[in-house]
Design a binder for this molecule. Structure first.
Ligand SMILES: CC(=O)N[C@H](C=O)[C@@H](O)[C@H](O)[C@H](O)COP(=O)(O)O
Length: 222
């Protein structure tokens, strides 16, 4: 199942230190997002993905985050993780498509295997135009700005909101659906992403992380 053009996708993720961690809460988040009009869900890990699949027919971008001290890549580093989340019900496999060291096959091989062996679409999280080009050449279905501001070379871009310049550059050059993701935390920014030609926009923290949302309001308190 593909992400429709013009879709707002909601990322339903909560790490282990978050009180909302776990499939029960993430499935409820996904249902709430769907009732609010989301037309896709992004979710992490087989347990959350299976729980969301059980309550929603929306397209799911599944990822599997694996943190280690040895490799910078943590979003679906290898084929084993991709196969697990495909089995849990992900329609689309999200992965880190930067050329950084990873605990798995080179990303262009991984993209090909996901398409041919798992029969799933691929959602390439990138941080630069060059990485977008490479992901396109490797056969990804989508390219997304997810990692802009979160890699060594792009860290300086994190402070100024979402990387709208990267979004525009990708849209101008690449003939595939470009998804805006990362720090799109207001409806105005979502509208701006669509004006710039985004196929879809993924919003996470601003919708599904009450702890971070609360912090913003607390900052406004005396
Ligand atoms: C960099 C990284 O690991 N991003 C993650 C990817 O899955 C998530 O932590 C983000 O919440 C997601 O991309 C949505 O972005 P935002 O929460 O800013 O709307």
């Amino acid at each position: 199942m593909l992400i429709p053009k013009g879709a707002l996708v909601v990322s339903c993720q909560a790490r282990a230190d978050n009180p909302l961690h776990g499939p029960v809460h993430m499935a409820a988040m996904a249902r709430a997002a769907e009732q609010g009009g989301a037309r896709g869900i992004r979710a992490n890990g087989a347990d959350d993905i299976a729980a969301i699949r059980a309550v929603s027919a929306l397209p799911i971008i599944g990822i599997a985050k694996v943190w280690t001290d040895r490799f910078p890549v943590y979003i679906t580093p290898g084929f084993a993780q991709a196969a697990e989340i495909a089995g849990a019900g992900a329609d689309i496999i999200g992965l880190d498509a930067t050329p950084r060291p990873r605990d798995g096959e080179p990303v262009e091989i991984l993209i090909g295997r996901i398409r041919s062996e798992l029969g799933r679409e691929v959602f390439a999280d990138i941080a630069t135009l060059e990485e977008g080009r490479a992901a396109h050449a490797a056969g990804t279905t989508y390219v997304a700005t997810t990692l802009a501001g979160y890699t060594e070379g792009t860290a300086s871009r994190k402070a100024g909101g979402p990387d709208l310049d990267l979004l525009s550059a990708l849209v101008a050059e690449l003939p595939l659906p470009i998804v805006a993701e990362g720090r799109f935390d207001t409806p105005d920014l979502v509208a701006e992403a669509f004006r710039r030609g985004a196929h879809a926009v993924v919003v996470g923290t601003a919708v599904t992380n009450p702890r971070e949302i609360t912090k913003k309001f607390v900052q406004a308190a005396p």
